[in-house]
Design a protein around this ligand. Structure first.
Ligand SMILES: [Zn+2]
Length: 440
């Protein structure tokens, strides 16, 4: 048996190894080369229909138990490590580096100095192979700094300027934003603006966000807050959809909700409207919840968002509590202001004129964001939701149907509308004037 096949066979024992690990005494990880008791393994990965033990030391799925019959010794693990994670192997198997990086940036691999260095070296290997996604990630790491390395904007600029990224809208946005954020590197002021402009024209959300900032700040152009606000507001429905497709990728969504909320709160480029501002801030808070940045710390923008929420909530006497599926939440979520034009299915509407209660079951074919100002909450929901509206003096509408949103032409009246159809879907009349954003 050749060396290759021995190692290849050993590697197979890190896959679907649940029984083997449970019957092993000692295990070894050929990623971090640790040896530990099989009892220490508590985490498992269930991706792609395979079960894999995760290393208790580093979090990688590279664990072999001694029940496999392979020697769980330093020398053997070192050999395995060089074969499957060494520079030569990574150069010819870039997908192995990608797996590690996804796990590392997904917070599944322990963030220590050694693992961060490895992440950077893998990124560099992929960048050498002209991998644009890796280049953007490496640039971002240089920009914000890692847990164990300081920010280095010159290095970030050098990465974003790599010839193979020429015309890459993400790289252009980042390159221009370095200047916009106060770093003067190799670009002139005009080149920085041009990079942002090109990125925005390519419909990159980051590019559009920075272009709006140019117009807010009067960077290279005359300041024009109305135009800047319009840039953010007009593209927001797309940003919203993108976020709901992949909630891990929340950077643009946070930038836009925080930015639009800020404009509404300050009356910058638009009418001041704290009710609507609060909705955007609550959506931003939803996106940032439990999120960590590159260095594994809670993202500092979370504090800024919560500060804005308090600014608006305290004078209104609002406190954070459980989300209630009542008329406030319904109106906050589906009226003008949230851009939520998703199609909603009215599965069932039951109206009782005696109790003046209307109960509705509404289904969403894709996830949507619910905002409840009263409880200072926003949540992503999908599937069926049950609503209870009280004080309803009349309901005129079907028992089931479809709608896209609700408008309130005057206090105490709701009209359910369908953007693609003419005429209203349903009417609801309340006994007391509906008071938006009022505390419980
Ligand atoms: Zn390990």
């Amino acid at each position: 048996m050749s060396d290759d096949s021995v190692f290849e066979k050993a590697k197979n024992h890190s896959l679907d190894n649940e029984v083997e690990i449970l019957t092993s005494k000692n295990c070894g990880c050929y990623f971090c080369r640790s040896i530990f008791s099989a009892r220490e393994i508590t985490d498992w990965d269930y991706e792609d229909g395979h079960t894999q033990a995760l290393c208790p030391k580093c979090g990688m799925a590279s664990v072999i138990g001694d029940a496999s019959g392979f020697p769980i010794e330093k020398e053997f693990l070192k050999e395995m490590n060089l074969r499957y994670y060494g520079p030569d192997y990574i150069r010819s198997h870039p997908e192995a580096a990608t797996v590690y990086l996804d796990r590392y940036f997904g917070g599944k691999v322990t963030h220590n100095e050694k693992n961060e260095k490895l992440a950077i070296s893998y990124l560099k290997t992929l960048v050498d192979a002209k991998d644009a996604r890796a280049a953007i990630a490496l640039g971002a790491l240089y920009e914000s700094g890692g847990h164990f390395s300081k920010p280095d904007l010159a290095k970030a600029e050098a990465v974003y300027s790599l010839p193979f990224l020429k015309g890459n809208s993400k790289a252009l946005a980042r390159l221009g934003s370095l200047y916009l954020n106060g770093y003067v590197g190799k670009l002139s002021r005009w080149q920085a603006f041009e990079a942002i402009m090109k990125s925005a024209v390519a419909n990159d959300f980051e590019g559009i966000f920075y272009l709006a900032n140019c117009y807010f700040d009067g960077f290279y152009v005359d300041a024009d807050p109305e135009y800047a606000f319009g840039l953010l507001y007009d593209v927001f429905p797309e940003v919203y959809d993108k976020f709901l497709l992949n909630r891990q990728d929340s950077v643009d969504f946070v930038d836009f909700t925080y930015g639009i909320g800020g404009c509404l709160h300050e009356g910058l480029g638009t009418q001041k409207d704290d009710d609507r501002a609060l909705r955007y801030f609550l959506m931003a808070e939803l996106a940032i919840r439990n999120k960590t940045n590159n260095s594994g710390e809670i993202d500092p923008i979370g504090d800024k968002i919560r500060e804005k929420i308090s600014d608006i909530a305290i004078p209104l006497g609002l406190h954070k509590s459980e989300m209630v599926f009542d008329q406030d939440t319904f109106y906050d979520s589906f009226s003008e202001g949230n851009q939520s034009n998703e199609r909603k299915r009215l599965v069932k509407a039951i109206y009782d004129s005696q109790t003046q209660v209307c109960e509705m079951t509404i289904a969403f074919d894709k996830p949507v964001i619910m905002v409840d100002e009263g409880s200072l909450n926003a949540e992503v929901v999908h599937g069926e939701t049950n609503w209870r509206f009280t004080g309803v003096v009349r309901y005129e509408g079907p028992e089931s149907g479809e709608f896209t949103g609700v408008i309130s032409p005057s206090e105490g009246i709701w009209i359910f509308i369908d953007e693609e159809k003419e005429g209203p879907v349903a009417f609801m009349f309340f006994d007391a004037p509906y008071n938006e954003g009022e505390a419980e």
